[in-house]
Write a new protein. Structure first.
Length: 538
């Protein structure tokens, strides 16, 4: 199957347009947030998009805004799909179409609103149908494809119809739903020719020829699609489209004969397509030819796959050798970082003990003595506050205990604690929801928590941010990504490699085998930690 237009790119441009146009449809904060999430996506910030979209989805559910829920489920699905979480993505696409069916979006697809509904529904149905077809569940894929076809008449964007049909038609052809796809494919073929998309036109014409032969029992000479597709063979760019058309027609023309025709001839041939069914003797060679081409292509694919595996294994061996050399060179540096961080934690614990057992107790004695001497209440209150400040400092210097709480719970508690400081909202989200975060090594968990604290504190001190978003996400390969985004004013000091805060974050990341990256953008600044956790690797 060919896909000259990427479903992801085309549909998400529509999502951005819709988020702008539909602000007046409901809560302006919600739809403004959808616009912001799409802006993150267009800039390639997948983690920021996931965090923002997840927050907005919760709000959309609270407001019972079904359209916003469908769009956000689509957006989250695309992000997870690009991060390799195919199962998670399919879950959100399925949730999107479930919302559409329950809310009867199709019945509401009137002239004023159908674009909004089709933008969420069509891509979801297309991707779900393709996913289940590729995983051998043809019946389930066909069920999604049938529902997707129902949306085609309400779509007034020709290029969107063509792109969606490339997925839906392939699934339904395997299920032999000829009657259902015949008329929509005729319309899409006309769209593809008008938009100068010859590869899509050839692919769908091949399907139409198969339907004409099997459903209407027409011979090749009576099928206008044969003549309509001939001039496209010379201008099509993909071998897949050409092979599919030739397999359906068994054309054996010279390049000169094909080049004498023009795309205009194809449009004239479309006009001559008869609407009524014609019943003539069916030939028995078409399916045989198609099976032969399919088997031949499969054998070529197997041989090519074996050669590709050999090449990949060789390349991986070379890369592994280089990795081993680099790993040995970094051992000394990592050991130094670990000694530094261990000494730093020991020193903090010592200072905390000194403050608590020494200074705090001493201040308490002074307070009691001042009571006896009868000093003013204001002086006594001041000393009491000083003792309380020293007590808080001692607790902050003591590393958090991870024996009774997971890293997820500790960061969540920290976010709630600092939420509202300096009129700044702090949000936290983690995924997947069913992750057992207690498996993380306590030393690793402590370093991750310290990095979150450092990055959040820097945002409070230097950015003037009104919103800070903390996100922690784990994929199937055991790769943990932690992002701290703020919408404050970018500053060169915050990402300077010589800064104490930045250097500390880099050292902590290196100590656990991770990597810290710092970004500035027009929406603010981002700190991203990436680390492989062998506890979760599958």
């Amino acid at each position: 199957m060919i896909r000259l237009l990427t479903i992801r790119g085309f549909y998400l441009l529509l999502l951005l347009q819709i988020a702008i146009e539909t602000t007046a449809m409901g809560d302006s904060t919600l739809w403004g947030g959808i616009k912001e999430a799409n802006a993150f996506y267009q800039q390639g910030q997948r983690d920021s998009t996931l965090i923002r979209a997840s927050q907005l989805l919760t709000k959309a559910e609270t407001l019972n805004d079904a359209l916003a829920q469908a769009l956000l489920c689509n957006l989250i699905g695309f992000c997870l799909r690009e991060q390799g979480d195919e199962q998670g993505a399919i879950g959100y696409f399925a949730r999107c179409v479930e919302i559409g069916e329950n809310k009867q979006f199709l019945l509401k697809a009137d002239k004023a609103s159908h674009n909004y509904y089709q933008t969420a529904m069509l891509p979801a149905y297309s991707l779900l149908s393709t996913y289940y077809k590729d995983h051998g569940q043809i019946a389930k894929g066909a069920a999604y494809a049938r529902n997707g076809i129902r949306w085609m008449p309400y779509c007034d964007k020709a290029d969107l119809r063509v792109s969606a049909m490339s997925s839906l038609a392939e699934v339904l052809m395997k299920h032999e739903d000829y009657n259902l796809v015949y008329e929509p494919m005729k319309q899409v073929t006309a769209d593809a020719l008008r938009l100068n998309m010859p590869d899509f036109a050839l692919q769908i014409m091949a399907y139409l020829i198969i339907i004409e032969r099997n459903l209407f029992h027409r011979s090749l000479k009576d099928i206008p699609w044969v003549k309509a597709g001939e001039p496209l063979l010379d201008i099509a760019k993909t071998e897949t489209a050409k092979t599919a058309f030739l397999a359906a027609t068994r054309l054996e023309q010279s390049a000169d004969a094909v080049s004498e025709k023009t795309p205009a001839d194809s449009s004239k041939a479309l006009d001559s397509l008869p609407a009524e069914k014609v019943s003539i003797a069916q030939t028995d060679s078409l399916q045989t030819r198609i099976k032969y081409v399919r088997v031949r292509n499969e054998r070529i694919g197997i041989i090519g796959g074996i050669l590709a595996v050999v090449v990949v294994v060789f390349i991986l061996y070379i890369l592994w050798q280089g990795h081993q050399h680099r790993k040995k060179a970094k051992i000394t540096e990592r050991q130094m970082d670990e000694r530094y961080l261990k000494g730093q934690e020991e020193e903090r614990s010592r200072l905390a003990k000194e403050l608590h057992d020494g200074v705090s107790n001493q201040l308490l004695a002074i307070e009691m003595k001042l009571h006896e001497d009868g000093l003013t209440p204001q002086t006594i209150q001041l000393l009491s506050e000083s003792r309380e400040q020293v007590r808080r400092v001692s607790h902050e210097l003591i590393p958090p205990e991870f024996e009774d709480a997971t890293l997820d719970e500790v960061i969540q508690g920290y976010a709630k604690e600092v939420d509202g400081l300096q009129q700044c909202e702090v949000h936290y989200v983690s995924s997947p929801a069913d992750t057992d975060w207690s498996l993380i090594n306590p030393t690793t968990a402590l370093e991750i928590y310290r990095i979150v604290q450092e990055a959040t504190t820097n945002a409070f001190k230097h950015s003037g941010a009104s919103t800070i978003s903390i996100g922690m996400h784990l994929n199937d390969q055991g790769c943990l990504s932690v992002t701290i985004n703020d919408n404050g004013t970018p500053s060169s000091d915050r990402v300077a490699s010589t800064g104490i805060g930045t250097r500390t974050i880099n050292q902590r990341a290196a100590a656990i085998g991770g990597k810290a990256d710092f970004y500035q953008h027009r929406f603010g600044s981002t700190v991203k930690l990436t680390v492989i956790l062998t506890e979760y690797a599958k």
